[in-house]
Design a protein around this ligand. Sequence first.
Ligand SMILES: Cc1ncc(COP(=O)(O)O)c(C=O)c1O
Length: 446
Amino acid sequence: MPNADVLKLSQRYLDLIAGRAMSLEEKHAFIAETVESYEKHVNRGFLSYRKSVTQAGQYAALEWSGQGSMLKDLLDREYIDCLGGYGIFSAGINHPKIVKAVQDQMGRMALNSQELLEPWRAGLARLLAAVTPGDIGCCFFINNGTDAIEGAIKLARLYTKRNVFISTLGGFHGKSMGSLSLMGKASFREPFERGLQDVRFVPYGDADALDQQMCVLEAVGQLPAAVVVEPVQGEAGGVAPPPGYLTRVREICTRHGALFIADEIQTGMGRTGKLWGVDHDGVTPDIMCMGKSLGGGVMPLAAFVATPKVWEVMIPNPIIHSTTFGGNPIACAAGIAAITVTLEEDLPGQAAAKGDYLLKELGALQKKYPQVLTGVQGKGLLIGMTFPSDPIGFQCAAGLFKRGVLVAGTYSKASTIRIEPPLGIPQALLGEMLTRLEDTFREIGR
Ligand SMILES: Cc1ncc(COP(=O)(O)O)c(C=O)c1O
Protein backbone atom coordinates (compact mmCIF):
# COMPACT_ATOMS: atom_id res chain seq x y z
CA MET A 1 0.00 0.00 0.00
CA PRO A 2 1.45 3.45 -0.88
CA ASN A 3 2.36 5.59 2.11
CA ALA A 4 -0.34 8.14 1.27
CA ASP A 5 -3.01 5.42 1.66
CA VAL A 6 -1.45 4.11 4.86
CA LEU A 7 -1.57 7.63 6.27
CA LYS A 8 -5.20 8.06 5.22
CA LEU A 9 -6.10 4.85 7.05
CA SER A 10 -4.09 5.63 10.18
CA GLN A 11 -5.53 9.17 10.34
CA ARG A 12 -9.05 7.74 10.11
CA TYR A 13 -8.29 5.46 13.07
CA LEU A 14 -6.80 8.37 15.02
CA ASP A 15 -9.92 10.47 14.38
CA LEU A 16 -12.12 7.68 15.70
CA ILE A 17 -9.86 7.22 18.74
CA ALA A 18 -10.21 10.97 19.31
CA GLY A 19 -13.98 10.51 19.40
CA ARG A 20 -15.29 11.45 15.96
CA ALA A 21 -18.94 10.35 15.80
CA MET A 22 -20.04 7.71 13.26
CA SER A 23 -23.37 7.28 11.51
CA LEU A 24 -25.13 3.92 11.95
CA GLU A 25 -24.15 2.97 8.42
CA GLU A 26 -20.53 3.83 9.08
CA LYS A 27 -20.61 1.84 12.33
CA HIS A 28 -21.80 -1.28 10.49
CA ALA A 29 -19.13 -0.78 7.83
CA PHE A 30 -16.52 -0.37 10.56
CA ILE A 31 -17.69 -3.59 12.27
CA ALA A 32 -17.35 -5.46 8.95
CA GLU A 33 -13.90 -3.95 8.42
CA THR A 34 -12.80 -5.03 11.92
CA VAL A 35 -14.01 -8.60 11.37
CA GLU A 36 -12.09 -8.67 8.08
CA SER A 37 -8.94 -7.39 9.81
CA TYR A 38 -9.27 -10.15 12.42
CA GLU A 39 -9.73 -12.71 9.65
CA LYS A 40 -6.82 -11.54 7.53
CA HIS A 41 -4.39 -9.94 9.94
CA VAL A 42 -5.06 -11.14 13.50
CA ASN A 43 -6.27 -14.76 13.62
CA ARG A 44 -9.45 -15.97 11.94
CA GLY A 45 -9.59 -18.90 14.36
CA PHE A 46 -10.30 -16.42 17.11
CA LEU A 47 -13.66 -15.42 15.60
CA SER A 48 -15.14 -18.92 15.65
CA TYR A 49 -13.35 -19.82 18.90
CA ARG A 50 -15.20 -17.14 20.83
CA LYS A 51 -18.22 -19.42 20.99
CA SER A 52 -20.32 -17.56 23.54
CA VAL A 53 -20.51 -14.42 21.48
CA THR A 54 -20.64 -16.34 18.21
CA GLN A 55 -23.57 -18.54 19.20
CA ALA A 56 -25.40 -15.50 20.44
CA GLY A 57 -25.21 -14.32 16.83
CA GLN A 58 -23.36 -11.19 17.79
CA TYR A 59 -19.75 -12.15 17.22
CA ALA A 60 -19.19 -8.83 15.53
CA ALA A 61 -19.83 -6.85 18.72
CA LEU A 62 -16.99 -4.32 19.05
CA GLU A 63 -16.07 -3.30 22.57
CA TRP A 64 -16.21 0.48 22.60
CA SER A 65 -16.50 1.98 26.08
CA GLY A 66 -17.01 1.08 29.69
CA GLN A 67 -17.45 2.44 33.18
CA GLY A 68 -17.62 0.66 36.51
CA SER A 69 -19.42 -2.64 35.98
CA MET A 70 -20.94 -1.87 32.58
CA LEU A 71 -19.51 -1.90 29.11
CA LYS A 72 -20.92 -0.88 25.76
CA ASP A 73 -20.34 -2.07 22.23
CA LEU A 74 -20.13 0.17 19.18
CA LEU A 75 -23.89 -0.14 18.61
CA ASP A 76 -24.53 1.13 22.15
CA ARG A 77 -25.69 -2.23 23.47
CA GLU A 78 -24.92 -2.50 27.19
CA TYR A 79 -23.46 -5.49 29.04
CA ILE A 80 -23.19 -6.18 32.76
CA ASP A 81 -19.55 -7.07 33.25
CA CYS A 82 -19.37 -10.42 35.07
CA LEU A 83 -16.02 -11.32 33.54
CA GLY A 84 -13.90 -8.42 34.75
CA GLY A 85 -11.53 -8.72 31.78
CA TYR A 86 -10.46 -12.15 33.15
CA GLY A 87 -9.63 -10.56 36.49
CA ILE A 88 -8.16 -7.17 35.60
CA PHE A 89 -11.19 -5.01 36.45
CA SER A 90 -11.38 -5.64 40.21
CA ALA A 91 -11.58 -1.87 40.78
CA GLY A 92 -14.11 -1.56 37.94
CA ILE A 93 -13.66 -0.34 34.40
CA ASN A 94 -12.00 3.09 34.08
CA HIS A 95 -12.02 3.90 37.80
CA PRO A 96 -11.77 7.73 37.81
CA LYS A 97 -9.09 7.89 40.51
CA ILE A 98 -6.88 5.40 38.67
CA VAL A 99 -7.45 7.03 35.27
CA LYS A 100 -6.58 10.41 36.81
CA ALA A 101 -3.29 9.14 38.28
CA VAL A 102 -2.29 7.76 34.90
CA GLN A 103 -3.34 10.93 33.04
CA ASP A 104 -1.50 13.14 35.55
CA GLN A 105 1.70 11.16 35.19
CA MET A 106 1.29 10.89 31.41
CA GLY A 107 1.05 14.67 31.17
CA ARG A 108 4.45 14.90 32.87
CA MET A 109 6.29 11.90 31.38
CA ALA A 110 4.78 8.62 30.18
CA LEU A 111 7.82 6.36 30.08
CA ASN A 112 11.23 6.71 31.66
CA SER A 113 14.84 7.07 30.57
CA GLN A 114 15.70 4.05 32.73
CA GLU A 115 18.88 5.74 33.86
CA LEU A 116 17.62 8.00 36.65
CA LEU A 117 15.79 6.74 39.73
CA GLU A 118 12.09 6.19 39.07
CA PRO A 119 10.04 7.64 41.96
CA TRP A 120 6.77 5.77 41.39
CA ARG A 121 8.52 2.43 41.07
CA ALA A 122 10.01 3.13 44.49
CA GLY A 123 6.70 4.41 45.84
CA LEU A 124 4.73 1.42 44.63
CA ALA A 125 7.37 -0.97 46.03
CA ARG A 126 7.14 0.76 49.41
CA LEU A 127 3.34 0.45 49.37
CA LEU A 128 3.45 -3.21 48.36
CA ALA A 129 5.93 -3.93 51.15
CA ALA A 130 3.39 -2.39 53.53
CA VAL A 131 0.42 -4.47 52.34
CA THR A 132 1.99 -7.88 51.64
CA PRO A 133 2.30 -10.47 54.41
CA GLY A 134 5.28 -10.81 56.78
CA ASP A 135 8.56 -9.34 55.59
CA ILE A 136 7.78 -9.76 51.88
CA GLY A 137 8.57 -6.48 50.22
CA CYS A 138 11.36 -6.49 47.61
CA CYS A 139 9.75 -5.91 44.23
CA PHE A 140 10.46 -6.31 40.53
CA PHE A 141 7.84 -4.86 38.18
CA ILE A 142 6.91 -6.11 34.73
CA ASN A 143 3.93 -5.93 32.42
CA ASN A 144 2.11 -9.26 32.68
CA GLY A 145 1.59 -12.20 34.98
CA THR A 146 3.55 -14.61 32.81
CA ASP A 147 6.66 -12.48 33.19
CA ALA A 148 6.13 -12.36 36.95
CA ILE A 149 6.21 -16.17 36.99
CA GLU A 150 9.30 -16.22 34.74
CA GLY A 151 11.04 -13.88 37.17
CA ALA A 152 9.99 -15.98 40.17
CA ILE A 153 11.35 -19.14 38.51
CA LYS A 154 14.69 -17.45 37.87
CA LEU A 155 14.83 -16.04 41.39
CA ALA A 156 14.06 -19.44 42.96
CA ARG A 157 16.74 -21.10 40.83
CA LEU A 158 19.27 -18.40 41.66
CA TYR A 159 18.55 -18.61 45.39
CA THR A 160 18.34 -22.38 45.81
CA LYS A 161 20.75 -23.41 43.02
CA ARG A 162 18.21 -26.15 42.23
CA ASN A 163 15.97 -26.51 39.20
CA VAL A 164 13.16 -28.93 40.02
CA PHE A 165 9.77 -27.32 40.64
CA ILE A 166 6.48 -28.69 41.92
CA SER A 167 3.23 -27.45 40.44
CA THR A 168 -0.40 -28.54 40.73
CA LEU A 169 -2.86 -30.29 38.42
CA GLY A 170 -5.17 -27.71 36.88
CA GLY A 171 -2.72 -24.92 37.73
CA PHE A 172 -2.33 -22.03 35.29
CA HIS A 173 0.74 -19.82 35.43
CA GLY A 174 1.16 -18.44 31.90
CA LYS A 175 2.13 -19.64 28.44
CA SER A 176 5.76 -18.58 27.88
CA MET A 177 8.14 -21.54 27.77
CA GLY A 178 9.17 -21.36 31.45
CA SER A 179 5.74 -20.66 32.88
CA LEU A 180 4.16 -23.17 30.49
CA SER A 181 6.30 -25.87 32.08
CA LEU A 182 4.27 -25.30 35.26
CA MET A 183 0.96 -25.63 33.39
CA GLY A 184 -1.31 -28.28 34.87
CA LYS A 185 -3.29 -28.92 31.70
CA ALA A 186 -2.21 -31.18 28.80
CA SER A 187 -3.71 -29.40 25.79
CA PHE A 188 -1.62 -26.25 26.26
CA ARG A 189 1.59 -28.16 27.10
CA GLU A 190 1.63 -31.05 24.65
CA PRO A 191 2.43 -29.13 21.43
CA PHE A 192 5.50 -27.64 23.13
CA GLU A 193 6.88 -30.60 25.06
CA ARG A 194 9.36 -30.78 26.62
CA GLY A 195 9.11 -27.65 28.69
CA LEU A 196 12.11 -25.64 29.83
CA GLN A 197 11.69 -26.42 33.47
CA ASP A 198 11.92 -29.76 35.29
CA VAL A 199 8.49 -29.96 36.95
CA ARG A 200 6.57 -32.58 38.97
CA PHE A 201 2.83 -32.29 39.49
CA VAL A 202 0.66 -33.01 42.51
CA PRO A 203 -3.14 -32.84 42.90
CA TYR A 204 -4.28 -29.37 43.97
CA GLY A 205 -5.44 -29.04 47.57
CA ASP A 206 -3.82 -32.30 48.69
CA ALA A 207 -1.03 -31.41 51.14
CA ASP A 208 -0.22 -35.07 51.87
CA ALA A 209 0.45 -35.66 48.17
CA LEU A 210 2.79 -32.68 48.16
CA ASP A 211 4.66 -33.95 51.22
CA GLN A 212 4.98 -37.37 49.60
CA GLN A 213 6.31 -35.91 46.35
CA MET A 214 8.86 -33.88 48.33
CA CYS A 215 10.02 -37.05 50.15
CA VAL A 216 10.36 -38.92 46.85
CA LEU A 217 12.43 -36.09 45.35
CA GLU A 218 14.58 -35.93 48.45
CA ALA A 219 15.14 -39.69 48.35
CA VAL A 220 16.47 -39.51 44.80
CA GLY A 221 18.55 -36.39 45.42
CA GLN A 222 16.44 -34.05 43.29
CA LEU A 223 15.70 -31.40 45.85
CA PRO A 224 13.04 -29.00 44.56
CA ALA A 225 13.72 -25.28 44.21
CA ALA A 226 10.11 -24.28 44.82
CA VAL A 227 6.46 -25.19 44.98
CA VAL A 228 4.19 -22.94 42.88
CA VAL A 229 0.58 -22.70 44.05
CA GLU A 230 -2.45 -20.52 43.35
CA PRO A 231 -4.30 -19.74 46.61
CA VAL A 232 -7.51 -20.38 44.65
CA GLN A 233 -7.18 -21.90 41.16
CA GLY A 234 -8.58 -19.30 38.77
CA GLU A 235 -8.42 -20.85 35.33
CA ALA A 236 -9.48 -24.23 36.73
CA GLY A 237 -12.77 -22.47 37.58
CA GLY A 238 -12.51 -20.96 41.06
CA VAL A 239 -11.26 -24.09 42.82
CA ALA A 240 -10.63 -23.30 46.49
CA PRO A 241 -8.40 -25.66 48.50
CA PRO A 242 -9.50 -27.10 51.85
CA PRO A 243 -8.95 -24.71 54.80
CA GLY A 244 -5.41 -24.97 56.13
CA TYR A 245 -3.93 -26.16 52.81
CA LEU A 246 -1.71 -23.11 52.37
CA THR A 247 -0.51 -23.40 55.98
CA ARG A 248 0.53 -26.97 55.24
CA VAL A 249 2.22 -25.94 51.96
CA ARG A 250 4.22 -23.36 53.92
CA GLU A 251 5.21 -25.91 56.57
CA ILE A 252 6.15 -28.59 53.99
CA CYS A 253 8.27 -26.15 51.96
CA THR A 254 10.11 -24.96 55.08
CA ARG A 255 10.74 -28.53 56.25
CA HIS A 256 12.14 -29.60 52.87
CA GLY A 257 14.09 -26.41 52.18
CA ALA A 258 12.06 -25.43 49.11
CA LEU A 259 10.66 -21.97 48.42
CA PHE A 260 6.91 -21.36 48.46
CA ILE A 261 5.85 -19.27 45.45
CA ALA A 262 2.26 -18.02 45.70
CA ASP A 263 0.78 -17.18 42.31
CA GLU A 264 -1.55 -14.33 43.31
CA ILE A 265 -1.88 -13.03 39.75
CA GLN A 266 -5.62 -13.70 39.71
CA THR A 267 -6.36 -14.01 43.45
CA GLY A 268 -4.56 -10.85 44.59
CA MET A 269 -5.92 -7.34 45.18
CA GLY A 270 -9.00 -8.54 47.02
CA ARG A 271 -10.49 -10.92 44.47
CA THR A 272 -11.06 -13.83 46.91
CA GLY A 273 -12.34 -11.74 49.83
CA LYS A 274 -8.96 -10.93 51.43
CA LEU A 275 -6.31 -8.62 49.99
CA TRP A 276 -4.18 -11.67 49.09
CA GLY A 277 -5.33 -15.26 48.78
CA VAL A 278 -2.66 -16.40 51.26
CA ASP A 279 -4.25 -14.10 53.88
CA HIS A 280 -7.04 -16.67 54.30
CA ASP A 281 -4.48 -18.91 56.01
CA GLY A 282 -2.31 -16.07 57.37
CA VAL A 283 0.87 -17.43 55.78
CA THR A 284 3.88 -15.69 54.27
CA PRO A 285 5.26 -17.26 51.08
CA ASP A 286 8.88 -16.67 50.02
CA ILE A 287 7.87 -15.18 46.68
CA MET A 288 4.52 -13.76 45.54
CA CYS A 289 3.55 -13.10 41.94
CA MET A 290 0.86 -10.53 41.23
CA GLY A 291 -0.59 -8.93 38.13
CA LYS A 292 -3.98 -8.45 36.43
CA SER A 293 -5.81 -5.97 38.72
CA LEU A 294 -2.54 -4.63 40.18
CA GLY A 295 -2.66 -2.05 37.35
CA GLY A 296 -6.19 -1.04 38.41
CA GLY A 297 -7.70 -2.13 35.10
CA VAL A 298 -6.07 0.87 33.47
CA MET A 299 -2.45 -0.17 32.83
CA PRO A 300 -0.70 -3.50 32.36
CA LEU A 301 1.30 -4.11 35.55
CA ALA A 302 2.65 -7.19 37.32
CA ALA A 303 5.32 -7.95 39.89
CA PHE A 304 7.23 -10.66 41.63
CA VAL A 305 7.89 -9.77 45.23
CA ALA A 306 10.04 -11.62 47.76
CA THR A 307 11.47 -11.59 51.26
CA PRO A 308 14.76 -9.71 51.78
CA LYS A 309 16.47 -13.02 52.54
CA VAL A 310 15.63 -14.45 49.11
CA TRP A 311 16.15 -11.07 47.37
CA GLU A 312 19.78 -10.96 48.54
CA VAL A 313 20.82 -12.95 45.43
CA MET A 314 19.49 -10.20 43.15
CA ILE A 315 21.76 -7.56 44.68
CA PRO A 316 25.32 -8.34 43.48
CA ASN A 317 24.20 -7.96 39.87
CA PRO A 318 20.96 -5.95 39.90
CA ILE A 319 20.55 -6.29 36.14
CA ILE A 320 20.75 -10.06 36.20
CA HIS A 321 17.04 -9.78 35.41
CA SER A 322 15.82 -6.65 33.61
CA THR A 323 13.22 -5.38 31.18
CA THR A 324 12.71 -2.17 29.21
CA PHE A 325 9.14 -1.30 30.17
CA GLY A 326 8.88 -2.91 33.60
CA GLY A 327 8.18 -0.47 36.43
CA ASN A 328 7.46 2.43 34.09
CA PRO A 329 5.95 5.56 35.65
CA ILE A 330 2.43 5.35 34.21
CA ALA A 331 2.03 1.68 35.18
CA CYS A 332 3.35 2.37 38.67
CA ALA A 333 1.08 5.43 39.03
CA ALA A 334 -1.82 3.10 38.15
CA GLY A 335 -0.60 0.57 40.74
CA ILE A 336 -0.39 3.23 43.46
CA ALA A 337 -3.93 4.37 42.67
CA ALA A 338 -5.18 0.76 42.49
CA ILE A 339 -3.90 -0.01 45.99
CA THR A 340 -5.47 3.24 47.25
CA VAL A 341 -8.86 2.40 45.73
CA THR A 342 -8.69 -1.23 46.93
CA LEU A 343 -8.20 -0.11 50.54
CA GLU A 344 -10.45 3.00 50.46
CA GLU A 345 -13.39 1.09 49.00
CA ASP A 346 -12.68 -2.08 50.98
CA LEU A 347 -12.77 -4.13 47.80
CA PRO A 348 -11.71 -7.34 49.63
CA GLY A 349 -14.62 -6.93 52.08
CA GLN A 350 -17.01 -6.27 49.21
CA ALA A 351 -15.75 -9.38 47.39
CA ALA A 352 -16.25 -11.50 50.51
CA ALA A 353 -19.84 -10.35 51.11
CA LYS A 354 -20.94 -10.44 47.45
CA GLY A 355 -19.17 -13.77 46.91
CA ASP A 356 -21.09 -15.34 49.83
CA TYR A 357 -24.35 -13.94 48.42
CA LEU A 358 -23.66 -15.24 44.90
CA LEU A 359 -22.57 -18.69 46.07
CA LYS A 360 -25.81 -18.97 48.09
CA GLU A 361 -28.02 -17.82 45.20
CA LEU A 362 -26.20 -19.99 42.65
CA GLY A 363 -26.52 -22.97 45.01
CA ALA A 364 -30.30 -22.38 45.03
CA LEU A 365 -30.34 -22.22 41.21
CA GLN A 366 -28.38 -25.47 41.07
CA LYS A 367 -31.08 -27.15 43.18
CA LYS A 368 -33.77 -25.75 40.89
CA TYR A 369 -32.04 -26.61 37.57
CA PRO A 370 -29.88 -29.68 38.37
CA GLN A 371 -29.97 -30.86 34.76
CA VAL A 372 -28.33 -27.59 33.65
CA LEU A 373 -26.08 -26.46 36.50
CA THR A 374 -24.11 -29.30 38.08
CA GLY A 375 -21.66 -27.43 40.30
CA VAL A 376 -20.84 -24.07 41.84
CA GLN A 377 -17.54 -23.31 43.53
CA GLY A 378 -15.24 -20.44 44.39
CA LYS A 379 -14.14 -17.93 46.96
CA GLY A 380 -15.03 -14.24 47.07
CA LEU A 381 -15.80 -13.08 43.54
CA LEU A 382 -13.75 -15.79 41.82
CA ILE A 383 -16.58 -18.18 41.06
CA GLY A 384 -17.01 -21.07 38.63
CA MET A 385 -20.28 -22.62 37.47
CA THR A 386 -19.95 -26.14 36.11
CA PHE A 387 -22.21 -27.56 33.42
CA PRO A 388 -22.74 -31.19 32.33
CA SER A 389 -20.92 -30.66 29.01
CA ASP A 390 -18.96 -28.11 26.98
CA PRO A 391 -21.93 -27.36 24.67
CA ILE A 392 -24.18 -26.57 27.65
CA GLY A 393 -21.45 -24.32 29.06
CA PHE A 394 -21.28 -22.47 25.73
CA GLN A 395 -25.06 -22.26 25.59
CA CYS A 396 -25.08 -20.62 29.01
CA ALA A 397 -22.39 -18.06 28.10
CA ALA A 398 -24.14 -17.34 24.80
CA GLY A 399 -27.56 -17.08 26.48
CA LEU A 400 -26.18 -14.58 28.97
CA PHE A 401 -24.45 -12.58 26.25
CA LYS A 402 -27.71 -12.40 24.34
CA ARG A 403 -29.29 -11.03 27.52
CA GLY A 404 -26.58 -8.41 28.04
CA VAL A 405 -24.33 -10.17 30.58
CA LEU A 406 -20.68 -10.81 29.81
CA VAL A 407 -19.11 -14.03 31.18
CA ALA A 408 -16.63 -16.52 29.68
CA GLY A 409 -15.36 -20.04 30.06
CA THR A 410 -12.07 -20.83 31.77
CA TYR A 411 -8.83 -21.76 30.02
CA SER A 412 -8.83 -25.17 31.66
CA LYS A 413 -12.43 -26.32 31.23
CA ALA A 414 -14.91 -25.13 28.61
CA SER A 415 -17.74 -26.61 30.66
CA THR A 416 -16.94 -24.20 33.50
CA ILE A 417 -18.13 -20.61 33.20
CA ARG A 418 -16.52 -18.00 35.39
CA ILE A 419 -18.26 -15.21 37.26
CA GLU A 420 -15.59 -12.65 38.03
CA PRO A 421 -17.16 -9.17 38.14
CA PRO A 422 -15.62 -5.92 39.38
CA LEU A 423 -15.53 -6.17 43.19
CA GLY A 424 -17.57 -2.99 43.61
CA ILE A 425 -20.40 -4.22 41.37
CA PRO A 426 -23.69 -2.88 42.76
CA GLN A 427 -25.89 -5.45 44.46
CA ALA A 428 -28.75 -4.55 42.10
CA LEU A 429 -26.65 -5.57 39.07
CA LEU A 430 -25.82 -8.90 40.67
CA GLY A 431 -29.56 -9.44 41.21
CA GLU A 432 -30.23 -8.54 37.58
CA MET A 433 -27.52 -10.93 36.44
CA LEU A 434 -29.12 -13.75 38.49
CA THR A 435 -32.53 -13.04 36.92
CA ARG A 436 -31.04 -13.22 33.42
CA LEU A 437 -29.10 -16.36 34.39
CA GLU A 438 -32.28 -18.12 35.53
CA ASP A 439 -33.97 -17.05 32.32
CA THR A 440 -31.05 -18.63 30.40
CA PHE A 441 -31.31 -21.86 32.42
CA ARG A 442 -35.05 -22.01 31.67
CA GLU A 443 -34.30 -21.69 27.95
CA ILE A 444 -31.56 -24.36 28.05
CA GLY A 445 -33.65 -26.78 30.15
CA ARG A 446 -36.63 -26.56 27.84
C1 LIG B 1 -2.94 -17.57 38.17
C2 LIG B 1 -2.40 -17.00 36.91
N1 LIG B 1 -1.07 -16.97 36.72
C3 LIG B 1 -0.53 -16.43 35.60
C4 LIG B 1 -1.33 -15.92 34.60
C5 LIG B 1 -0.71 -15.32 33.36
O1 LIG B 1 -0.85 -13.93 33.43
P1 LIG B 1 -0.82 -13.02 32.10
O2 LIG B 1 -1.94 -13.49 31.23
O3 LIG B 1 -1.00 -11.61 32.59
O4 LIG B 1 0.52 -13.22 31.47
C6 LIG B 1 -2.71 -15.96 34.74
C7 LIG B 1 -3.58 -15.46 33.67
O5 LIG B 1 -4.74 -15.77 33.58
C8 LIG B 1 -3.26 -16.51 35.93
O6 LIG B 1 -4.58 -16.57 36.12
